[in-house]
Design a protein around this ligand. Structure first.
Ligand code: 5RP
Length: 236
């Protein structure tokens, strides 16, 4: 295992150990850190813990069932007690970029249905300014080039003229999300006003959702390569 894998495993296990209680309805995130969390949850379930999970992707649903976690639909669950999910970047105000694993739409719906959302990340994800990681924007396939033009115009109004915005997977074989949409990856460098960008991207016709999660995380647990974890208190 790489030092980063050790950190991801540590934070996934710590989150389950510290935050999950019997009877909870849980949102289960996607990505490699969330996989460790789901595996740790499976162990607890096999030892008798009674919880149900709502998965943020088909991959997570499959893994959760494999390890023994009962998976139900969000509409069956109603409000969730807690969602545990990874992030591609998180700043000290707990604003995140998500969607590196192409699951941002369901991740945001599940986070929005949760009373509490805790981000589980390794140190490499903690940044002072969001934007080095390409921001994913989920758009419907119909007219995606036209939608991209509007995204580029919005970015220019936000002082990010001429940034690269590419179709994930390429035009010959674009990646399709679990909901059948495509993703535009926006290489922005630094995002000056994440709240405004999150809001305004979603006003463009054709944009389904974007990977900025500015007001979702209530806390963040950070795993370290030595197997320990720390919690970041939000600032600002
Ligand atoms: C998937 C996500 C993931 O949470 C994010 O990509 C982090 O993944 P990992 O834990 O593998 O680093 O947003 O859409």
């Amino acid at each position: 295992m790489t030092p980063q894998d050790i950190a991801k495993r540590a934070v996934g296990m710590a989150a389950v150990e510290r935050l999950v209680a019997p009877g909870m309805k849980l949102g289960l995130g996607s990505g490699s850190t969330s996989e460790w969390m789901v595996r740790a949850l499976g162990e607890r379930v096999r030892a008798g813990l009674d919880v149900v999970g709502v998965a943020t992707s088909t991959g997570t649903a499959t893994l959760a069932r494999e390890v023994g976690v009962r998976v139900i639909e969000l509409d069956e669950a109603g409000e969730l007690d807690l969602t545990l999910d990874g992030a591609d970047e998180i700043d000290h105000r707990l604003r995140m970029i998500k969607g590196g694993g192409a699951c941002l739409l369901r991740e945001k719906i599940v986070a929005a249905a949760s009373r509490r959302m805790v981000a589980i990340v390794d140190e490499s994800k903690v940044v002072t300014t969001l934007g080095a990681f390409p921001l994913p924007v989920e758009v419907v396939r119909f007219g995606w080039r036209s939608t991209r033009k509007h995204v580029l115009e919005l970015l220019a109004r936000h002082g990010m003229k001429g940034r690269e915005v590419s179709l994930r997977g390429g035009e010959d074989d674009p990646l399709l999300t679990d909901s059948g949409h495509v993703l535009l990856d926006c290489r922005l460098g630094a995002i000056a006003d994440p709240e405004a960008l999150e809001r305004e991207l979603n006003r463009i016709p054709g944009v389904v959702e974007n990977g900025l999660f500015c007001s979702f995380a209530n806390a963040v647990l950070v795993g370290r390569p030595d197997g320990t974890t720390r919690e970041i208190a939000p600032t600002g």
